[in-house]
Every structure is written in structure tokens, then in C-alpha cells.
Design a protein around this ligand. Sequence first.
Ligand SMILES: Nc1ncnc2c1ncn2[C@@H]1O[C@H](COP(=O)(O)OP(=O)(O)OP(=O)(O)O)[C@@H](O)[C@H]1O
Ligand SMILES: [Mg+2]
Length: 617
Amino acid sequence: MLKLARRFFGRFRLNLIIGPLCKLIEVVFDVLTPIVVALMIDEGVSRHSLPTVLFYGGVLGVFALVGIAFALVCQKMASRASQGIGTEIRATLYQHINELSYTELDHFGTPSLITRITNDVNQVQLAVALAIRQLIRWPLLAVGSMIAALAIDWHLGLIFLISTPIIAGVFWFVMARCVPFFKELQARLDHIALLTREGLSGVRVIRAFARGAHERERFRRAADDQAAVAIAVGKLSSLLNPVTFLVMNLAVCAILWQGGGLVDTGELSQGEVMAFVNYMTQTLLSIVYVANLVVVFTKASASASRINEVLDCAPTIVDAPDAAVPVLVGPAAAPVLAGPAAVPSLRMANAAFTYPGAMRPAVAGADFSLMPGQTLGIIGGTGSGKSTLVNLIPRLYDATEGTVELFGRDVRTWPLAELRRAVGIVPQKASLVSGTIRSNLTWRDTGASDDELWRALEIAQAADFVRANPKGLDAPVEAAGKNFSGGQRQRLTIARALVGDPAVLILDDSASALDFKTDAALRHAIHVRSREGAVAGGVPLTTVIVSQRISSVREADLICVMRRGQVVGLGTHDELMRACTVYQEIFYSQFKREEAEGATPSAPLASSDTKEVAENA
Ligand SMILES: Nc1ncnc2c1ncn2[C@@H]1O[C@H](COP(=O)(O)OP(=O)(O)OP(=O)(O)O)[C@@H](O)[C@H]1O
Ligand SMILES: [Mg+2]
């Protein structure tokens, strides 16, 4: 909590000082009130003097008004500070989470990050508000009441000295047992968030597979788990109030018993006994409130450490100190692009990657190079490591072994922003966010002109359906792009990757929802675009196509065949058909044997057909 305070409380210093000060003044009036009541009883009520009663009544009224005024100022300070601090923590957390690399995001998991940014920040916010409003009030009120009571009569004060430690002891007993549960409660809440997220985002699939009952049962179990801990804590803390009130009322009885005798002998006045009773209840109630504060602060401290855990987690993928970008355009780029000294646009040298905690590498032995303008196809069964391999190129993950180079420079020595500008990636899961088509397309280049956007849409085979929408580029996109079909979403994300002229385009299974015809037209358009780049003097577009379909990769200059994380074949389609059994297996699972031996495949397309279909499409 202290660490978080150092990070975020600075800007709200004034609120954090003025608030408690106002509370302090309010407490002074609270402590004085029983004395005035005592005077009212002794000098007014017992002597039947109405003017005296009215006078002290007026004084009490003024006390109350002044108290309210200071309480209001304190309340305002508390709201400003707590809301402000909460907002700032949330914004900082959100920004920090966005800077984290995939490895760290995998480590926390999205549901936990969501509860941290919502529930945990709320706990801290509540603690700040209560600290300003009550942290000063209750301990001061307890101490002030005790001193005032002892000043009236120290013999009676002994009752205080006995009852206060009893109540404090009960609290200590209960709290010591409750506190360890709070972190556990948060963890179980994380689990519920995880199930909720899975259940809601996968609701269609769950229904389609009639898994509703199973999912409900899973959720119920998680909710029951959380409830069980909450109930255990609740049972323990439910002891607190009855015990406190029992001790408090016994103490009041003792005061009245003892005080009555003292009034009879004239040592104490009736008003003083009343004041004593008031101080007693004030003190003991203060202890109850302090204990509640302890609960809130313990929860907040558990939350603060969960927030700090995220903020302290430094992104592992950051700019290297000597980061620089190779020259890609202009005359200086010539040797990069062509001639005997030309550098590969993409090269992997024995690159491998193992997910943290995984038993075996998800990718191993990736060793190939590709020249500008060339196309790499990556094919393999599900879970063979294709996505992992391409994620190494824009440094979504860093290779754990070997190197990945782009235009002759290790990607780890590129400035990250430049690297991500040079590489346009279309992730396997097409994701759009709420806004418009335009706002979704301009992620990579916020200043892109309409012409550029339309060109990207044309290449991505998305221009037709965007044009058909009366609002065109300004057509609304709902959350997660749910007002578009799977194939339309895929094409829009392809267009997004093309905006801002990437030097390398990665399509991770991006044609999976497209029919063969559109898929072929897309590849043809990308091919044309890559040649345009060369003509215009820019970098010819290097394309990486991940697919499970032979037809999508067979025209590639180089095909990389993957199986269980290993690169098991590397070459052109013809070479692989001769030498790579895994490739042959995939091929024969998709084509009839006769087709392979010369005839044109039925559905998929050979390179010569591509253009024709693209034109017919
Ligand atoms: N974030 C992750 N954390 C841990 N393991 C992962 C993660 N992502 C993938 N894996 C594992 O790495 C392996 C390769 O996964 P990858 O997503 O690269 O396969 P893929 O070839 O792209 O599969 P698909 O064709 O289904 O997209 C799989 O065994 C998978 O379980
Ligand atoms: Mg994949």
C-alpha cells in the first residue's frame, strides 16, 4: 500500500491533508459535546432553569452546525482524492498492461488483469476515502473520550481501562484469523471472472455443443467456492458486534452502578455520570469502527500488492539501447533490395521458442531466408507451432534461441515502433474494436488517406462490401466487430495490416473463413501489390502466409512444413512433393491422387489459374 501511495498520492497531497484536518476539528467538537450535555443537566435540568437549558441547547446546535460544515469539506476532499487516485491508478495500469509483452500477459491472464483493474482498484479507492474520513476520527475520538472521562473521575475511569483491552483483544483474535482469507477471496474472484469471460465470449459455441448445463455447473462450483470462503470470514467477523455490545453494555452497567453510589455521596454530579456513559459508548464504538477500518485496509493492502505486481512487471520486449532501423527506401536502399549484396528481408537462424513452463519448444530449428518480394508459406497441422513462429517476427515473443533478422538486422535491435510499422501482421483471431471501419483501418497509420484505405480494402477483397454500405468507410463497427461476418472481419483485418505500407505482411491463417475463390483473388492482389512496391522504388512486399491449405501456399517461393514444433520440410512445392513425407501426407489429405499426378486440382488453384479467378471474382 505504501508503495502505491508513493506512486499515486503526490498529486492529491492537498486533499489528503485538508480532509483529515477538517475531521480533526469535527472530532474536537464531538469530544466537547458530552461536557456541554453534562453542564446542561447539572446547571439547567437539575435546577429547573429553562434559560440555561436553552443556552446550552443553542451551544450544542452551533457545535452541530460547525461539525457538519467541516464534515462536508472533509467529505469533498475524500471524494476528490479517492476518485482521482482510483482513476489515475486505473489509467496507469491500463497503459502499463498495453506495454507488456505477450509473455507477461500470458503470465497474469486476461481475467486476472480485469479484476485487478476494476475490483482491486476499487478496494484501494475505498480505503483512501475511509482513511481520510475515518482513520483520524475514530482513534482520536477514542483517545479524546478516554482522557475526558479520566479527567472527570479516574476511579470510574478504571472501568475503561478494563473494558477497552477486552474488546481490543476480541478484535485481535478475530482479525488474525480473517486476514489470511482476504487474498484467497480475491483469487477466487479471479477464477469466477475467468469462467464468466469464457462463458460469455464462447456462449454461441457452448450452446451449439449443448454444454450449457456443464458450464453452469462449473460456474456454480466456482461461485460456491468463493461463497464458502466469504461465509467462513463472515461467521468469524459476525462474532465481533455481539461481543463488543455485550462488553459495552456491561461497562455501562458498571458505570451506572458505581456512579450512582458516587452521586449519592455527592462526589459526582448526575451530568458527569451521563457524560461518562457517553464517553464510554463513544470509545467502544470507535474501536468497532477502527476494526472495520482494519478490514478495509487489509483488503486494500492485498489489492495494492496485486496492483503493484502488475506495475512492477517490466515488459521483457523493449527497445535495445543501440536500436536502429535499416534503410529501406531511397538510393541507399538499393543494395538492400537487389544485386549481389542484397540482404534477405526475413531470415531465421536456428530460431527456437519455448513458452515459459512448457516441457518442449513450440518452435525449433527454424532456419531459412527470404528475399524482398518473395513469399513464404508455412503449413502444418493445428498446434504445430505456425502462429508461434510468425509471432517471433514482430517480436510478439522473443526467440529463446537463435535469431530472427529483418533486412539484415536482428529484430531485437530494431526500434520496436519501427519494427511494428515495417511488419503488418494479421493475427489468427480477427479482432476489430467498436468504432468505424475507418477507425479500425487506421491503427498502423492514423494519417492514412481515403485513397490508401480503399487501396488496402481492394487488395484485401473487402472493398465490395464496404462500398455496398451507404456509410462506406464511416460505417459503424460494433464491439468485437460482431456486426460483420467472420470472413468480412478477416478481410478488414487484412486491410488494416496493409495500411501504412508494411515491408513484410504476415497472414496467420487469415483466409480460413474465405472461400477458395476469394482466397485466390486475395493472394493474387497481394502478389501484384508486392511488385508495385518494387516499381515504385519502395521495398517489394515480403509475404508470409500461414495456412492449413496446400492451395494457399503452393505458389510460395519457399514453403516451411511444421510438425509438433519442428520444421520438417523446407523448399518449393515441387521439392517438398518429392522429398517431404509430411507435406505429401497433407497434400494427399486434400487432393485426390490423380490430381497430384498431373491433372489440375478441382477446388484449389494452381498459380496460372489464380489471375483468371481473381478477375472473375
Ligand atoms: N500462450 C501460450 N502459452 C503456452 N503455450 C502455448 C501458447 N500458445 C500456444 N501454445 C502451445 O504452443 C504450441 C503451438 O501453438 P501455435 O498456436 O503456434 O500452433 P499453430 O500451428 O498456430 O496451430 P493452429 O493451426 O491451430 O493455429 C501448441 O502446442 C500450444 O499448446
Ligand atoms: Mg495458429
